[in-house]
Design a protein around this ligand. Sequence first.
Ligand code: NAP
Ligand code: ZN
Length: 349
Amino acid sequence: MYNVKAYAASSATSPLAPATIERRDPTEHDVQIEILFCGICHSDLHTVRGEWGEVQYPLVPGHEIVGRVTKVGSAVTRFGVGDLTGVGCMVDSDGTCPHCKADHEQFCPNGVQTYGSPDKHLGCVTQGGYSESIVVNERFVLRIPANLDLAGTAPLLCAGITTYSPLRRQGVTKGQKVGVVGLGGLGHMGVRLAKAFGAHVVVFTTSEGKRQDALRLGADEVVTSRNADEMRKHTWSFDFILDTVSAEHDINAYMSLLRPEGNLTLVGAPPKPLSVAAFSLIMGNHSLSGSNIGGIAETQEMLDFCGEHNLTADVEVIPIQKVNEAYERLLKSGAKYRFVIDMASLKAE
Ligand code: NAP
Ligand code: ZN
């Protein structure tokens, strides 16, 4: 075992603060990674503030990790010291269940999340990426395309795959009309990816000030979702709507914009239940789905796709000392469009 510097939450109400955590020495299948950048996902905030349920503190969040390999176990075949790698929301799974065999590790009943899951090696809970280094089984380590900016790549490990996966599953392609609700970390990646797949992309935002950015990111149209007249113009016209909103909102307003047989997929995870009117589904044979990140193979596919199309996130790189300020801005829909922590700043602690 060795000690690393990190930032941890010690309760649902305390700010993140410097901490020291333990990492295991790499076992034969492990890769040790020096973390260079880690994105701040809204899930980090929901989790450490206890909004989604009980949490074991202290907890180090962070699951959008990019870093350089510093050591590999004797049986590691796919990575070597010096390689640029990524780690997303998962760090282990049983590898034997039908879900793992189908490359859907995110559904594995024995899956281990990057933070907050029981840690079978150290006996506590797993600790995430707001830290100097991490040790991960090589099956859960991703290759980073060499042409991509590293800070802008970190958010692909969660925001990227979480939007890529449902867009792919729905077969989004040229000629389709796709809505993206909420222009934050997930939303802005959803816009870039849906555009790269050839769709006509409409952004729904509550922030009038994001209009120009939405267009720059590739949106064909921008709708202020609080303006009922603007919303009505799109009635029954969408093939697919991706909802990335992190807080309570009326999904019926979006369901009514789907064409017959259209689908709305929720990736945003507001802590309180949303209400769905039966007629939002019945009228037009609409369907409502959810989507949970993506498997490891699909995450690599997404990274390679982003490499080929030179797609990364729009990031505001911050030192870790500003993480609590960033959380407050995130709560006000103020990320443009992903905060990413430069982990070199941790050395000053
Ligand atoms: P984010 O950067 O904070 O973006 C959320 C966006 O939602 C905001 O920028 C804002 O967009 C909109 N919004 C916020 N509050 C709103 C309100 N009260 N009413 C309407 N719109 C509101 O968050 P994120 O990191 O993209 O994450 C979004 C959600 O996805 C979170 O709940 C997160 O936990 C979840 N998530 C799910 C998965 C998964 O696997 N399904 C993976 C990662 C994250 P506008 O300013 O444009 O309105
Ligand atoms: Zn996330």
